[in-house]
Design a protein around this ligand. Sequence first.
Ligand code: G3H
Length: 194
Amino acid sequence: PRSIWLSRHGESMYNLAGKIGGDADLSPRGFRYSEALPDLCRQSGITPQQNITVWTSTMKRTIQTAQHLPYNKLQWKALDELDSGTCDGLTYEEIEEQFPEDFRARDDDKYNYRYRGGESYRDLVIRLEPIIMEMERQENVMVVTHQAVIRCIYAYFMNVPQDRSPWMEIPLHTVIKLTPKAYGTKEERFKANI
Ligand code: G3H
């Protein structure tokens, strides 16, 4: 690929409540990010002539984030957020209270810990293999997805060992542009003013 653009969805109502998982709408601030995104994309070097495709997950918060982008769009189930199983819809405090052993087990080995009825980061990396293969074949693609998913994609292109990806901070309301070069991958970040 020439470049890859990555963005988390805008802030969601669940982000505001500190809950994980779910299929919440964007918050008012998240909607402001969706409105700022076309301009941010232009700032990051996307020109109208570029044949860019925007990939989202099948969740409302990523689709809403991409809604004003004037490019072709495609939804992928494989880009959905890490499945937190029985913990879906809980806050981290509630998980610690209701499933203390799980909470500790995840902290001890976040890469391998699989939520009950859900996924681990290791599962997610396997689920993303076809996506990453397809990204490698594309000319220009922008991926609007979720924090855990971006961590794995970012680690792949930046050559970070995957077992470190669960701890990487991927900020909200920021476009990350990755450009493969002979010597490695160039990274630029563009933060929305919202
Ligand atoms: O909502 C879940 C986050 O995107 C991933 O968070 O650090 O618990 O894996 P995590």
